[in-house]
Ligand binder design. Structure first.
Ligand SMILES: [Zn+2]
Length: 57
């Protein structure tokens, strides 16, 4: 799991499997575990994904 800071100086966690970004570490962890096991997205988790317009590298 990756950890970066966005343009608003918020900590952002990245799922190392699907590269989706979250503000919440626990959610990012859940995503990563799900991705490894299922190789698919969990709608319950991806509703917390940070949208592109809220985040720039
Ligand atoms: Zn993921």
């Amino acid at each position: 799991m990756g950890k970066t800071i966005n343009q608003n100086h918020q900590i952002v966690y990245t799922c190392s499997e699907c590269k989706m970004k979250y503000y919440d570490e626990a959610t990012a962890k859940r995503c990563e575990e799900w991705c490894k096991k299922n190789k698919s997205c969990n709608l319950d988790i991806i509703k917390y994904v940070i949208k592109k317009d809220e985040y720039t590298d």
